[in-house]
Design a protein around this ligand. Structure first.
Ligand code: HEC
Ligand code: HEC
Length: 347
């Protein structure tokens, strides 16, 4: 029997899931209840934090450099959210040092929470609820957990005076409430946008600074030459598509991986890499970006010197994967038109 399987593999030349080095994991975690998922991730990430939106660091919103309060409308500010271009003020983020259930510190673990003041009823004629999400990350193994927003209305509201989201969310010591306030991602692969690394960075989210410093609240796990190959996998989501494209010696990949899908999202909201990257000399790597763009659109399969890779994870090093990668997801396909600068609605 074994021989037969071996022959079949030889004929198709295909790599199966069994050939990939992956940390011990499963595909069920992201469909469990939040409290069950919290138990599953505990050895990797300790316990999730108790989020207090009012105590988190607000992302300031600017119009022509002036801080503004309220909702000027999609894309009507200097630093919109790059998910849909939201300019609503009053969102906030917080970071937390890792902690085990018994209170011991976990210096290898960091968490971030995001109180997103959406609450726009006007744009698509549907009420978008405020959301509170969390991400936990183990910097040594790459183990990551995503908690999606549930119904947080019993705990969260917008302060009418400051327009800030306020309210304290339940923790795991109140399992029923925790299951109400959060959800697990289910079929939504958070890595479609949290693709390069667990934490997304842009001028909106990084507007929230750590006290007394210019460093962002949201953890920077990559972004420096020494940290371009950070470990990353999602607990209970062994089937999520973790691939990004890689060209050896491409200047854009010196400091971090790049999620081209994330980039399509960013460009649609008027954040173009040649205006922002590399941070100290924007535009100087336009040719390197062009090479990535060509590979993304034509596909690594058709582009010499360009490969799909998956990040290091647990004891596994970063790996090149081919067409036989079993977890290729539909999201990870190019939409070339989204990489072109959209026409400015403003100005
Ligand atoms: C369609 C793209 C997209 C998807 C899918 C997505 N996110 Fe995000 N997320 C973003 C962007 C963009 C930001 C940065 C803030 C901004 O620009 O709005 C962000 C920021 C966050 C943050 C704040 C910390 C950080 O990384 O900057 C959390 C927490 C978060 N997302 C949780 C989640 C969870 C949980 C899921 C899956 C259920 C998810 N996201 C799926 C686009 C996405
Ligand atoms: C010298 C280091 C450096 C180089 C080179 C560089 N970047 Fe970045 N990049 C950063 C830093 C720092 C951030 C923000 C923080 C982070 O990811 O930790 C960032 C963030 C990004 C993001 C947001 C990523 C996300 O998923 O949150 C994108 C997209 C990006 N860079 C694209 C590019 C492109 C395209 C190039 C080449 C034109 C490039 N970068 C070159 C340092 C660099």
């Amino acid at each position: 029997m074994k021989e037969l399987v071996f022959t079949a593999a030889l004929i198709t030349g295909s790599a199966t899931a069994a050939d990939l080095c992956m940390p011990e994991n499963n595909a069920e975690g992201v469909s469990l209840s939040p409290i069950e998922y919290a138990a599953m991730i505990e050895t990797h990430l300790g316990v999730p934090p108790v989020v207090d939106c009012g105590a988190s660091a607000e992302m300031p919103i600017y119009i022509d450099g002036e801080k503004t309060i309220g909702d000027p409308g999609l894309h009507q500010c200097d630093n919109p959210s790059l998910q849909v271009g939201d300019c609503m003020s009053g969102s906030s983020v917080a970071r937390y040092a890792g902690r085990s259930a018994d209170g011991t510190e976990r210096p290898d673990v960091v968490w971030a929470s995001f109180c997103r003041h959406d609450g726009r009823g006007d744009d698509w004629g549907i009420e978008i609820p405020n959301s509170v999400q969390m991400i936990g990350y183990n910097t040594l193994t790459g183990a990551t957990a995503f908690f999606e927003s549930g119904d947080n209305k019993p705990w969260v509201s917008a302060d009418p005076e400051t327009n800030r989201l306020v309210g304290r969310l339940p923790g795991i010591d109140d399992p029923k409430a925790f299951n109400h306030a959060y959800r697990t991602p289910g079929d939504v692969q958070c890595v479609a946008c949290h693709q390069a690394d667990p934490f997304v960075h842009n001028p909106f989210i990084d507007g929230a600074k750590r006290p007394g410093s210019n460093r962002p609240v949201v953890p920077q796990v990559a972004g420096r030459k020494s940290k371009s190959n950070t470990p990353y996998f999602v607990i209970g989501a062994s089937h999520w598509d973790m691939r990004t494209i890689h060209i050896e010696d491409n200047g854009c990949l010196q400091c971090h991986r790049i999620g081209m899908k994330t980039l399509e999202e960013f460009i649609g909201d008027h954040w173009h890499p040649n205006d922002h990257m590399p941070p100290r000399d924007p535009g100087s790597l336009a040719a390197d970006f062009e090479a990535l763009k060509r590979c993304w659109i034509d596909g690594p399969e058709k582009t010499p010197g360009c490969d799909w890779i998956i990040p290091p994870a647990g004891d596994c090093a970063s790996q090149v994967v081919d067409e036989a990668y079993p977890y290729a997801a539909r999201f990870n396909q190019p939409r070339a038109e989204l990489l072109e600068r959209p026409e400015r609605k403003l100005d």
